[in-house]
Design a protein around this ligand. Structure first.
Ligand SMILES: [Fe+2]
Ligand SMILES: [Fe+2]
Length: 327
């Protein structure tokens, strides 16, 4: 019996990591396309319809959209269904109750102990060995993001953010319930969901949507209480933010970049301004500065890990003095 079951579990794991990789790429791609279209036609609300029209159109792609290739639109179509299914789950399950429980789990347990570098390797192995065709491995994305930031002579802490911003995806192999509590755009829970959140319509299945405690403009928060006091949907961003906040010397801007990098409704769509305090304005600028490196640093030129390893080991030590980190 166990002889039959063992490989089955392995295959399940392979599928699981492959799915997360694929989905994560799709979500990134969607965010890239959304930004491109937004830059080109700021005021047009219905981006999805715009894409469909483009698809159908026999006329040449308008020159304003020249940066977005036809191939990208095809990929958007394919990615779209997977992403839609993902957000259907995420928006239903990310409740206040779930988020409180996720934070209790986080605080009451140490899942692993290792250095930041070993964690990067671990994430890389877990997610990528299952799928050799993945466009860009986790460590490549981490290094390319960091290297692009370094090339622009940004501060050392900023470079480190590039390296570790997605490290929280390790959560997927610890105690996540699915993909919906690891990746995807993030948003506040405990107050009314903004219509600017991608696939807002799926929130109707979330129990909090009809809960009078949580469905008013401010819900459990107060005007301009500061995002620091707002509970954002649990995922790799929140997880890594809490780790870094407690165990690193990274400055507040760096922590904001980690925490809010998937908070697209806020940093790209301008939602939830009424929860921001003065300090958040500065954080918003930091997150906006980081975002292009996350979305557009992808290149075909692979980083030579051995060549840059010493540089990043030193950088990690500078901001994570404890060396061995509780994950
Ligand atoms: Fe991320
Ligand atoms: Fe990323």
């Amino acid at each position: 019996m166990s002889k039959i079951e063992k490989p089955k579990v392995q295959y399940q794991n392979l599928d699981k990591s492959r799915l997360l990789e694929q989905l994560d790429e799709d979500i990134q791609e969607l965010n890239q396309l959304k930004q491109k279209i937004k830059q080109l036609e700021e005021k047009k609300e219905n981006k999805e319809q715009q894409l469909q029209e483009l698809e159908k159109a026999a006329t040449p792609v308008p020159s304003v959209l020249v940066n977005a290739t036809y191939r990208e639109y095809r990929q958007y179509d394919l990615a779209y269904d997977r992403v839609k299914q993902f957000y259907k789950e995420q928006h239903e399950f990310q409740t206040v109750a779930y988020n409180i429980q996720a934070r209790i789990n986080f605080k009451t347990k140490i899942r692993d102990r290792m250095t930041i570098w070993d964690a990067l390797l671990k994430l890389n192995n877990l997610l990528d060995e299952s799928d050799p065709d993945t466009e860009l491995s986790q460590i490549e994305h981490a290094l390319q993001t960091a290297e692009a930031i370094r090339k622009d002579n940004k501060p050392r802490w900023f470079q480190l953010v590039g390296l570790i911003h997605d490290l929280g995806k390790l959560l997927y192999f610890y105690d996540s319930k699915g993909q919906w509590d690891v990746v995807g755009d993030t948003f506040p829970v405990g107050c009314r969901f903004s219509t600017k959140i991608i696939h807002y319509e799926f929130f109707k299945a979330n129990p909090d949507y009809n809960n009078p405690l949580y469905n008013t403009k401010y819900g459990i928060y107060s005007p301009h209480c500061g995002l620091e006091n707002v509970m954002l949907s649990w995922g790799h961003d929140e997880y890594m933010y809490h780790l870094a906040k407690e165990q690193s010397r990274l400055p507040p801007q760096a922590l904001a970049m980690i925490r809010y990098h998937s908070f697209y409704p806020w940093h790209q769509e301008g939602a939830y301004k009424y929860l921001m305090n003065e300090r958040d304005e500065e954080m918003l600028r930091a997150v906006k500065e980081f975002n292009p490196y996350d979305l557009y640093s992808k290149t075909d030129k692979k980083c030579d890990i051995d060549e840059v390893k010493d540089y990043y080991l030193e950088l990690i030590d500078e901001f994570f003095p404890k060396k061995v980190i509780d994950f």
